[in-house]
Design a protein around this ligand. Structure first.
Ligand code: 5AD
Ligand code: SF4
Length: 472
């Protein structure tokens, strides 16, 4: 696949043009009145979906929870693993049935799958019931694509974008009044050998610090308590521009008055002492780090092109815990990478045991076309892969239970997000460490950071009750 290295922020005129089309659509009686937006994949995609929803609402459409009733069904897809793709494709194909009953239904497909070479052409050819498609760099073009689809200009509705353009200044429909995402950088330069992200999201491009900070200030002024900073590798923020680094950004954001800052994802090789020091010093930065290890075997780490060793990873963990003793660590782990032996896999188990992650996402390696690992020999038998992931999951579940048990009796602070779904007498939220917590407290505290005493645990959650004041 061709390299795309151009940084091309959307021109002001282009945004104005899209906004004019959005107004035009809003006035049309034949527009869809409702939308059903289905999002797969990571927080990046969740954030992109908030921008898509913001634009759809500007076009006068309301969300519809039942896809059978919606005027527009839009899929924001993920291509990181085969099962994510298969699930999306199954649902995309299914919309053909809905459209047979309601031919006026519009169906759109966007996100990372749409950015893969040849995908949009295949989609248009094989699935005539799909009306439009665009990649993650063309989110801002939603009004144009929708209009093309409504007016039957199929070729334009499926046009492939030439690069992953930045989008700035789009309306964002946040899912919570207290929580917001902010993208700090787009793309990824790391080329881990298994990963398709650099191929669909382009090279690293950092947003300007001033712009991120003023956007954060607006969010704080609107009552946002917690911001999650997003990027494929946030700790390489500023490497492409030669400007301020990620720790400088955290420092500047701390001055906006934001109560909580989280960020993901961090690459172990770029986790600097300066960043650890800022995390320890800055009271807004949550005591949590998602630090994907991927494997505990040096041989596999080298084959994955991760550019760190097991010892390097463990040393970074020690440095983090020394600076921030109560920090919670979470991870991503891949099993059955090509050539992984039983010994390699056991190294991953032993790493998990040694670090004691609060939790971990575990994946069976999935070959992605265009990546270096897809050409590697030594595919692992699917039965062996399954057996390994089950062993890893079982181990991590034990560790999670033990970690949670260790927290019982301690105090914590929880951002009260709302009433618990299971027990409306309780509030629910996350501790600074990022662990879900159900707790008894005055419902008037929703939207606030509440000090609690941890009184018990579930398998993945904590139970707690509100206390007067946190005892640090
Ligand atoms: N197969 C399995 N897991 C993958 N991930 C990324 N690419 C693949 C792949 N081809 C996992 C990594 C990454 C997380 C987001 O998804 O663990 O950190
Ligand atoms: Fe996110 Fe990666 Fe999936 Fe794209 S491919 S949606 S960046 S997880």
């Amino acid at each position: 696949m061709a390299m795309r290295d151009a940084v091309r922020p959307i021109a002001r005129e282009e945004i104005l043009r899209q906004q004019a089309i959005a107004r035009e659509i809003r006035e049309r009686p034949d527009r869809p009145l409702t939308y059903h937006l289905i999002t797969y994949g990571c927080q990046m995609n969740a954030h992109d979906s908030q921008a898509l929803a913001g634009m759809l609402e500007e076009m006068g459409m309301a969300p519809e929870a039942d896809r059978e009733k919606a005027g527009l069904i839009l899929f924001n897809t993920c291509c990181i693993r085969d099962n994510a793709e298969r699930r999306a494709m199954g649902n995309i194909v299914f919309t053909r049935k809905i459209k047979r009953v309601r031919p006026e239904l519009l169906v759109g497909v966007c996100g990372c799958m749409a950015q893969q070479e040849g995908f949009q052409e295949r989609l248009s050819r094989r699935y005539p019931h799909v009306d439009f498609s665009f990649g993650p760099g063309e989110i801002y073009q939603l009004p144009q694509r929708l209009l093309d689809a409504m007016e039957g200009r199929r070729e334009q509705a499926f046009r492939r974008g030439e690069d992953s353009t930045l989008y700035e200044g789009l309306p964002i429909l946040r899912s919570s009044p207290f929580f917001a995402y902010q993208t700090v950088m787009y793309g990824c330069d790391n080329f881990c050998s298994y990963c398709v992200v650099p191929l669909v999201r382009g090279r690293e491009r950092s947003r300007e610090l001033k712009q991120i900070v003023s956007e954060a200030q607006r969010l704080v002024d609107e009552g946002v308590q917690e911001i999650m900073l997003l990027g494929q590798n946030v700790n390489s923020y500023g490497r492409d521009t030669g400007g301020p680094r990620f720790e400088d950004l955290l420092r500047a954001l701390g001055q906006t008055g934001i109560r909580r800052l989280r960020f993901m994802t961090s690459h172990p090789k770029d986790l600097s002492d300066e960043l650890i020091a800022e995390m320890a010093r800055n009271p807004a930065v949550c005591p949590h780090l998602h630090l994907p290890a991927q494997s505990g075997s040096d041989r596999m780490l080298a084959a994955m092109n991760r550019r760190y060793t097991r010892d390097w990873y463990l040393e970074r963990v020690r440095a983090l815990r020394q600076a921030i003793p109560h920090i919670g660590l979470t991870s991503d782990l891949i099993v059955a990478f090509p050539g992984e032996t039983e010994e390699d896999f056991e190294q991953t188990l032993s790493l998990a045991r040694q670090v004691r992650f609060d939790s971990a996402f575990t994946f069976i390696y999935s070959p992605r076309s265009g990546t270096a690992a897809a050409r590697l020999p030594g595919r692992i038998d699917p039965e062996v892969a399954r057996e390994r992931i089950l062993r890893l999951i079982a181990l991590q579940e034990d560790i999670t239970r033990e970690v949670l048990r260790g927290l019982v009796g301690q105090t914590a602070s929880v951002l009260a997000e709302g009433l618990s779904k299971r027990d409306p007498g309780q509030l629910t939220g996350k501790t600074g460490r990022g662990i879900a917590c159900n707790f008894s407290a005055d419902p008037g505290r929703i939207g606030q950071i509440v000090p609690v005493l941890i009184t018990g645990q579930g398998s993945k959650t904590l139970k707690a009750r509100q206390i007067e004041k946190e005892n640090p």
